[in-house]
Design a protein around this ligand. Structure first.
Ligand SMILES: N[C@H](CCC[C@H](N)C(=O)O)C(=O)O
Length: 277
């Protein structure tokens, strides 16, 4: 019987089922991918990650990212840390390069033992977010209830960042999906609510595109750090507390965003391929 080996990993509770398709491709239908990610009928995860051979020089592997709704994502910060850590453990190197649709993302072991990833440049043009029409990306002008007038940032994937007094009081389960599907956002977006809790300290919760509320969102934390700095609310280096823990972000002068945080492997297993369809 055809079995699929998998590794369950997470970054601050943002969890992943990781498949290794580097030596032999793992063709998965959208339905199979959705079943694997389903927390009732499958293994369950926020994103399904498939490791594939790199498609360009200089990368250790290509990381394919699928949300539980079956949609493919261009970036996943927490998974990039997890996969970088996996490759570092395999190779004994403390620097690797993970390729995603967002580009080549260098990663290295931080002094804290955590992993630092260069998530690439924050893209700030209205067509890069992307938006359905020209807008000032610092003030998108959309909203629902207490969430109004976000900042748009693209980290390879689209983000709309809303600033509020207290992120913990927001009904994100209701407002998140409404805003994810706002007509201004043709590729939808990850929806963040952010509060400034101290000098260069942020509290952030995220309704993820195609996934819902997660315990942490790495690319969302990058987008939040850029949005806060652009609005003059913080400097370019912040600590962001998400439900699952703390990420450190730095929006470098060259436009790239560095994200540092922990990685964990939960368990390894096998699943009967036939049971997925
Ligand atoms: N839901 C996201 C992908 C996963 C992002 C998140 N898990 C992260 O750590 O960046 C999207 O569709 O763009």
């Amino acid at each position: 019987m055809d079995q699929l080996s998998f590794i369950k990993m997470h970054g601050l509770g943002n969890d992943f089922v990781v498949l290794d398709g580097r030596s032999a491709p793992i063709p998965l239908s959208i339905a199979e991918a959705r079943t694997l990610a389903d927390r009732h009928f499958g293994i369950g995860c926020d994103q399904l990650i498939v490791m594939e051979p790199p498609t360009s020089e200089g990368a250790d592997l290509f990381m394919r990212i699928r949300n539980p709704d079956g949609g493919e994502a261009e970036a996943c910060g927490n998974a990039t840390r997890c996969i970088a850590s996996l490759v570092m453990n395999e190779t004994g190197r403390d620097q690797v390069v993970i390729q995603t649709l967002a580009g080549h993302l260098p990663a290295e072991t931080a002094t804290t033992g955590e992993v630092t990833v260069d998530m690439g440049p924050a893209n700030l043009g209205w067509q890069e977010i992307p938006l359905a029409e020209e807008r000032d990306t610092l003030h998108l002008g959309i909203g629902a209830g207490p969430l109004q007038d976000p900042v748009g940032v693209n980290m390879g994937n689209p983000h709309a960042v809303f600033f509020v007094e207290d992120a913990d009081t927001i009904d994100l389960a209701t407002l998140g999906p409404r805003l994810e599907h706002d007509p201004l956002l043709p590729q939808r977006a990850n929806i963040s609510v952010l509060s400034v809790t101290g000098p260069d300290r942020l509290r952030q919760r995220v309704w993820e595109r195609g996934a819902g509320i997660t315990l942490a969102c790495g690319s969302g934390a990058c987008a939040g750090a850029v949005a806060a700095a652009r609005r003059g609310l913080t400097g370019r280096r912040v600590e962001t507390t998400m439900d699952g823990g703390v990420l450190t972000l730095e929006w470098r002068e060259d436009g790239h965003v560095l994200m540092t945080g922990p990685v964990a492997t939960s368990f390894r297993g096998k699943v009967e391929r036939a049971s997925l369809s």
